[in-house]
Structure formats: structure tokens, C-alpha cells
Design a binder for this molecule. Structure first.
Ligand code: C2O
Length: 348
């Protein structure tokens, strides 16, 4: 049986995931009076194009900052507005720190890490976050930037997030890891020589994407089905366990009790760079799917395809989405086209 979406009315305490400590916060989402509906992919006439964070034009950056400013302002005007920044950040806490139980299993926490639902869950999460930002500035083309730490040009902390006067800033970060420091994709690496770090990073990327992977679940993560225990880290895919976690820990503040913000599941999405970090994870999923290999890239197990989650969309409507519906490698994946725009306008 596939993982079912949680019942928001039963959401409870969140715990720190490694120690089990009770966290002093309520990260439960607002309850929707009208329940949820199944999400329908809207018609698409143009693709949104995500860019590397170092490559945004001043205009694009200005729009991104304005959208984030408006999203943060919603926290003040209505803390229960699911589009507000704190509510958006809390989604990560609720789905990752045991606030949600698995539907029908009151003693089992729901967890979206270290299994095959990691990529689809985070893709949907970014998808709605991006649509909300776009709708707050009325820009249907708005696209998140990605932090391409897999490429030497992107291996520093992205400068656009390091301006204290910007809504993209977060003060809970390791202040030694601002530019020109080079991020290491090895967890808590002590190396300081940039040339060495870059060459280590490139071999990590090769191993996680190609050399160390012989099946789809080795990259994506092992099966996680209804009734299963919270998966341990060892069941996660190569990229999730490796470079992805290393970046989280590298950015978080080592002087905070739990390496906040980016370095802990419960607080990670309070740092706006979380969404650029995960845009890159999302991009690397697509790149991996495009690499020709002897093994099959597509997981056809219904328990993967039908695993489902709930999110609020840009109209504050609670919607249910399925893992398989955002996996572009699926044979049944059909981009929705607006007929009047002709064939090249097809997109996801
Ligand atoms: Cu849900 Cu990078 O983690």
C-alpha cells in the first residue's frame, strides 16, 4: 500500500529527528474546513525557467525579493494564511519531524526522507512554493533559482542570499561559510584547500549520479510503504544521503543547538536558501533521469506512484498530489498543453 496523505486535524508534536527531543514549536498546518481536492495540473503555455542563483539578472532578483517580501508580510497580516513564509517553512517540519502520523497508523510517524518519496515530495513542495511566490507578484513565469553546488561555478554560498538587507537572508548560518569559502559535499569535511575541495566534490557528484548507482532505488531511495517505520538514513538514495545532507550541515550554524537553520529538518526551510538548494536537488534528479544507463530509471511500483501528499496551492486550496504525477520519467506522464500555443510550448 502507498503512503497516504496525513490527516491535518491529527497533527501533533514535532521532535528533533536524531535525538527525539521534543521541539518547542507547533509546526502543524492550518486545518482546511472544506477538506482537500485532487490536484489537477493546470494548462501550460510557457515553461518556467529556473536559473542558477549566480546567474539571475538584477530584474529577476528584484522580482524574487519582492515576492519573498510579500510572502513574509503574510506572516504578519494572517499567521494562518498557508501561503505565508512561516507556514511554508513549517511544511518541512510537519512532514519530517513526526508532527504528522501516517494515516491509519497513529503510532507511526510520517517521514519524507531516506526513501523513494524524497524526490517527489520535495518537487511538489517547491512547485507550490514557486507558484505562491509567482502569484504574489502576479508573474506566471516566476521561477526559483537553483544553487548549483555540483558545478565549480556554484560551489560558494550564493551571494544573493548573503545580503542582510534582503528578504532572502537568514542570520542562522555558519558565518565562516560565506563567499569565498567553497562548500564541501563531504559531511563535516575539514579540508580547506579550494582545489582539493572542488576535485573531491566532482568525484562525489560522479559517484552519486553515475559510478555508485546500479538501480533506480539506489539513486532515488528504497521503498517506503504504508505501515513502514520511519526509514533510517541508510535507506536514502546516494544524493540524498551524500551531497544534499552535506550542504544542509555546511550552511547551518554550528553554534546553535541543532545546527539551525539549514542544518536540521525542523528549521531547514526557515532559511530561504533551502528552496534554492532543493531546486538543485530537483534539477539533479532530472539530470540523472537523462543519463543513459543499463538499468531502468523509472520506478513502476504503484506504491511509489500513488504515494500522496497534501499541500495548499496558491489559492489557499488544500490539494492532494501523487508522487507519480510529478515524475517526468513515467510513461504516462503527459504534459498539459494549451492547444492554441502549438507543439513547442509543451511543458510540465
Ligand atoms: Cu526535506 Cu533537504 O530536506
Amino acid at each position: 500500500k502507498p503512503i497516504q496523505p496525513p490527516d491535518f486535524t491529527k497533527c501533533g508534536d514535532a521532535r528533533e529527528s536524531t535525538t527525539g527531543d521534543l521541539l518547542d514549536l507547533n509546526c502543524c498546518p492550518p486545518v482546511s474546513d472544506s477538506g482537500f481536492v485532487d490536484y489537477k495540473l493546470p494548462g501550460v503555455s510557457r515553461l518556467r525557467r529556473r536559473r542558477a542563483a549566480y546567474d539571475m539578472s538584477p530584474t529577476q532578483l528584484g522580482q524574487y525579493e519582492e515576492a519573498m517580501r510579500r510572502m513574509r508580510a503574510l506572516d504578519e497580516t494572517d499567521p494562518d494564511d498557508p501561503r505565508g513564509f512561516t507556514q511554508q517553512a513549517n511544511i518541512h517540519c510537519a512532514y519530517c519531524n513526526g508532527a504528522h502520523d501516517q494515516l491509519g497508523y497513529p503510532c507511526l510517524d510520517l517521514s519524507v526522507h531516506y526513501s523513494w518519496i524524497f524526490f517527489p515530495f520535495h518537487r511538489w513542495y517547491l512547485y507550490f512554493f514557486e507558484r505562491i511566490l509567482g502569484s504574489l507578484i502576479d508573474d506566471p513565469d516566476f521561477a526559483l533559482p537553483y544553487w548549483n553546488w555540483d558545478n565549480p561555478r556554484g560551489m560558494q554560498f550564493p551571494a544573493i542570499f548573503n545580503n542582510p538587507n534582503s528578504p532572502l537572508y537568514d542570520s542562522f548560518r555558519n558565518q565562516k561559510h560565506v563567499p569565498p569559502a567553497i562548500a564541501s559535499l563531504i559531511l563535516r569535511n575539514e579540508a580547506t584547500d579550494p582545489t582539493q575541495i572542488i576535485s573531491e566534490n566532482l568525484s562525489i557528484m560522479y559517484n552519486e549520479m553515475i559510478g555508485g548507482v546500479n538501480s533506480a532505488v539506489e539513486f532515488m531511495g528504497q521503498p517506503y510503504r504504508a505501515g513502514d517505520q520511519v526509514p533510517p538514513m541508510s535507506l536514502g538514495g546516494t544524493l540524498e544521503r551524500g551531497s544534499h545532507i552535506a550542504i544542509h550541515a555546511w550552511v547551518g550554524d554550528p553554534d546553535k543547538p541543532y545546527n539551525e537553520d539549514l542544518g536540521n529538518f525542523y528549521s531547514a526551510a526557515r532559511d530561504p536558501v533551502f528552496f534554492a538548494h532543493h531546486s538543485n536537488v530537483d534539477r539533479l534528479w532530472a539530470i540523472w533521469q537523462g543519463i543513459k544507463t543499463k538499468y531502468q530509471k523509472t520506478i513502476l511500483d504503484r506504491d511509489y506512484l500513488d504515494a500522496s501528499f497534501l499541500f495548499y496551492d496558491e489559492n489557499k486550496q488544500l490539494v492532494r498530489v501523487k508522487a507519480g504525477d510529478c515524475d517526468t520519467s513515467q510513461p504516462e506522464y503527459q504534459p498539459q498543453c494549451t492547444p492554441s500555443h502549438g507543439p513547442d510550448s509543451c511543458g510540465q
